[in-house]
Design a protein around this ligand. Sequence first.
Ligand SMILES: [Mg+2]
Length: 276
Amino acid sequence: MRLCRTTVPARSMLVAPLLWALVACSTQPPGNHESVNATLWSLTGAEAYAGASQAYRAAADNLDTALADPQWTAALEQTGDYGDLPPAVMMDIDQTILDNSIYNARIVTEFGEYTQATFSAWCRKEAATAIPGSQAFVEYARSRGVTVIYYSRRIEPLRECTTNNMEALGFPVEQEFLLLNDRRPESKKAYLRTELSKRFRILLLVGDDLEDFVAESRTDTPARMALARRHADRWGRQWIVLPNPMYGAWDTSLYGHNYELSRGERLDLKLRHLDR
Ligand SMILES: [Mg+2]
């Protein structure tokens, strides 16, 4: 609890020291925010740069291998005779190609939390920067004749600002392959992988959340870990994951993805996972 100054009428000056001591601010110092270290890591860490660069180098190396092997596919949803289909990669957007850590920094400094409204306002500034290595990888994939499909949980009304932000950073956008969240089941990522794998051989999946790779990942933390381990051979090969310690289903799984809970209730549930 932080103490702060309050306005006190003159006739109440005798009780002012008491009020001074008792009135607590509704906000807290940013240093108390549960996301401060993760946001600083993403915003300033040389390791964040290095991790992303490493991921995209692996992506480029595996792209060559994948192109040469007609049996190679990254999508578990891909079935049938897909060897002659044109090649594509499917990439998430936020914290995969667009870096929103400045938005998260504002959440920390204002001791706030993510809301769709504030995130949409941030997106409309078109101020996200590029995740290191992402532009060069997209350019390389396109130069090899690979279609780049972007699929994101960003909502459909953010299409224009997302396109502008991406194009300004050097990501060419074909609207047909900018797949956003229109809140229908058909915009879920596993569904999109299923549909796109009928048209393309999916060489790589690139993302920062387990759902960017595999279906049924919005479960509890042990089940998510089991799912990641079940596909151990795919990481760094067909599946390229970008580090995101700021948010994601790894975080919401800690409180059962229950967005109805208060912030305090969510934090309590999260802290229980420290007892092992
Ligand atoms: Mg993402």
